[in-house]
Design a protein around this ligand. Sequence first.
Ligand code: SAH
Length: 222
Amino acid sequence: MKRSIDIEGIGMTSKRTRMRLVERLRTEGIRDPRVLDQILDTPRHLFIDEALAHRAYEDTSLPIGFNQTISQPYIVARMTELLLQEKPLDKVLEVGTGCGYQTAVLAPLVGTLYSVERIKPLQDKAKERIRTLGIRNVYFRHADGTMGLPGTGPFDGIIVTAAPAEVPPELLAQLADGGRLVIPVGQGDHQELRLIRRQGAEYLSESIETVRFVPLLGGVIR
Ligand code: SAH
């Protein structure tokens, strides 16, 4: 009983509060009904500290420990929309699991999701949340996602939620023909969200909007 109340949420964490967030995202230009439905159904308050749960449905990023953040709902929705725009995605790679919110929004909309995180304690918590929500098509890997996941690709879609200075060539190489990569690129305040589509040996890059992500870092933390 306690658990179902937690997932459902009450007051500031209720579905009604989530509905208001969805309305806001709609006015900000998010159109894909599959994505808006996922935002409506995903209890973001379970992905952050209880002390911050009352702010879960503000359209803002929040701290999750280890110097990391949960992304702003608008950005999660936008990146998911960009990834899904063209065709159904069978195999998808996510770099930067963090708290797992983006994972929870995206997983039900794709075949299989491989999610890579370099900080083990964050990954462990994310894994537990994803399990609690009954999502079963996610494989978690503790690794440096800058390298992608050699031997697992090619991927129909790759989503990166931390910003490298330049697009890692390994990620481009692991993109299937016709695949889509959504990635923030740049340092500090000068980052842009890019959509890169692979067509054979060609990569078509489009700049979407300016964004602010934590940096994509090398190495792993146990
Ligand atoms: N996707 C999250 C936000 C992630 S924040 C959400 O839904 O809100 C960015 C995450 O990327 C952090 O957890 C950080 O540890 C992770 N990260 C940074 N560099 C990485 C790398 N090279 N490989 C894997 N994960 C990385």
